[in-house]
Design a protein around this ligand. Structure first.
Ligand code: CA
Length: 280
């Protein structure tokens, strides 16, 4: 299996690279625009740092090589302790995290990372068990890829997560601040304050709050929230959403039975109070 995976990964890398080269050739000939203006080349210029935590060399070797070829700066950690060390030293832009490590669980690494940083985490899981994916997402991981995967699949996921987690443009375009009741949300600073007191929100909590406040007064379905806040790569249970909603309510001082801000619309989703609901 190990050999097969290596071969498969190597094949995928070759395929991706060839296709990319072909794309560039076609682009240049077709519209004459400089290749560097293409969106995917921004990664090449910035050399985003990816920390790959994986003890199986047959996986980490080809995957790190593929990441490098696709313009990322890849660093490999083979153990949980090395992962934490490198995460604080190298300050990666994204962490690819295997769950079964020789000296511990990837979940513990994820939990530890979340204590100090909001770095996007994509779990690499060999297990088919859905519970694992849910635990990881509840610990604050952003996404996961199930083994065996191709390098192309992982890199596509890396790009999608980076796009989603480093896109402040939308808030800036729409105007940075939203005020509803005692709550103020600043999209540009990615911060929120309740009665002037800054709230300590996780990245997912902020995203969820931002999504709900943007639609204040209207119902946002559970499916929509999951898609917008956690991406569409989702299976099964939506318990993670409830965990984050209750965390958010606690921080807002909102009583689920008689909420001021976040109203449950049973079987459908959630509705954030409109400014007019809270005045007068
Ligand atoms: Ca492993």
């Amino acid at each position: 299996m190990t050999t097969a995976m290596t071969t498969r990964a190597a094949t995928e890398v070759a395929t991706t690279t060839d296709r990319r080269a072909a794309d560039r050739g076609a682009d240049g000939a077709a519209d004459g625009r400089p290749v560097a203006s293409r969106a995917y080349d921004s990664d090449v210029i910035e050399r985003r740092k990816v920390l790959l935590v994986e003890d199986e060399r047959s996986i980490s070797g080809p995957l790190a090589a593929a990441l490098e070829r696709e313009g990322f700066d890849a660093t490999v950690a083979g153990t949980a302790s090395e992962a934490l060390e490198l995460a604080s030293e190298a300050v990666p832009d994204l962490v690819l995290l295997d769950l079964m490590l020789p000296d511990g669980s990837g979940f513990d690494v994820c939990r530890e990372l979340r204590r100090t940083s909001d770095v996007p985490v994509v779990m690499l899981t060999a297990r088919a068990d859905e519970a694992d994916r849910i635990v990881g997402l509840e610990l604050g991981a952003d996404d996961y890829v199930v083994k065996p995967f191709s390098a192309r699949e992982v890199i596509a996921r890396v790009r999608a997560v980076l796009r989603r987690t480093t896109a402040p443009a939308r808030g800036a375009e729409e105007g940075g601040r939203v005020e509803i009741g005692d709550l103020t949300l600043d999209r540009e600073r990615r911060s929120a304050a309740l009665a002037g007191e800054e709230l300590d929100l996780s990245r997912k909590e902020f995203d969820l709050l931002e999504r709900l406040m943007r639609a204040a007064g209207t119902v946002v379905t559970r499916e929509q929230l999951i898609e917008d806040v956690w991406d569409m790569n989702w299976f099964g249970s939506t318990k993670t959403l409830d965990v984050h909603v209750s965390g958010l309510r606690r921080k807002l001082g909102d009583d689920a039975a008689e909420p001021r801000y976040i109203h449950t619309v049973r079987g459908v989703g959630f509705r954030f109070s409109a400014p007019s609901d809270l005045t007068g």
